[in-house]
Write a protein that binds this ligand. Structure first.
Ligand code: B16
Ligand code: MG
Length: 216
């Protein structure tokens, strides 16, 4: 097994909890369309692209719409979401995430972002995380959604690192599958019920050390 020289991080659910803002915006849209949208429903949208999320939401509400209307609704939801995340600051970085990234940098391990979000730069800038990344791959640079490995393959390429030397941190099952398909090791952040395919599952990054990473 190659030694680990790079870590690739998902954003929502690993470094920050933006899922709550996605939830409020999707719920607002569902309510406008005349149906409810629960937190449990929102679980189905984690790690899923914007248009795929809208399709799931409409399926839950039993609503069928043409593509042009769907595009307009996705834009409307995004405008609300951007308004919510505009007020984010570094207090919204998830426990242990910044400490772990700082420890990686001190040990000379490269750090990349691998997120489906087209709003990743706004979130990274507002939380002060941007300078820590050697490569940033987000939804504006990819054409295939997770579980396709594209986002992580592009990240490794931009870092100049072989996939075998990379570890992916993900909170979504599709993200763990994407890592495996990219030929990378993975750490699931969340529950082993959904992330059991990862090499290691942690409840959060709090207390996780570089030494433990290097044992993977
Ligand atoms: P946007 P990640 C994902 O971020 C979210 O988990 C998912 O809920 C969202 O729909 C997707 O980004 C697209 O986000 O609408 O901002 O482009 O987990 O891949 O960091
Ligand atoms: Mg995620």
């Amino acid at each position: 097994m190659s030694s680990i020289t790079a870590c690739l991080f998902d954003l929502d659910g690993v470094l920050v909890d933006t899922a709550k803002y996605h939830y409020i915006a999707w719920k607002r849209l569902a309510n406008e369309l005349g149906f409810d949208f629960t937190e449990q429903d929102n679980e189905r949208l984690k790690g899923v692209s914007r248009m795929a999320s809208l399709n799931i939401l409409l399926e839950i509400g039993g609503v069928t719409l043409d593509e042009i209307t769907k595009m307009a609704l996705a834009e409307k939801k995004n405008a609300w979401y951007v308004e919510y995340i505009s007020n984010m600051d570094k207090s919204e970085i998830l426990p242990g995430a910044l400490e772990f990234i700082q420890a990686l940098k001190e040990r000379g391990i490269k750090v990349a972002l691998g997120s489906a979000s087209k709003n990743a730069m706004l979130i990274l800038n507002n939380t002060g995380l941007t300078p820590y990344f050697d490569a940033i791959i987000d939804g504006t640079k990819t054409s295939q959604a997770k579980p396709d490995p594209e986002v992580f393959t592009l990240g490794a390429r931009e870092l100049g690192t072989e996939p075998e030397a990379c570890v992916v941190f993900e909170d979504a099952e599709a993200g763990i599958e994407a890592a495996t398909r990219a030929g990378m090791r993975s750490v699931g952040i969340g529950s082993s019920e959904t992330l059991g395919q990862a090499n290691l599952v942690l409840p959060s990054l709090e207390g996780f050390t570089v030494d433990r990473l290097l044992e993977l």
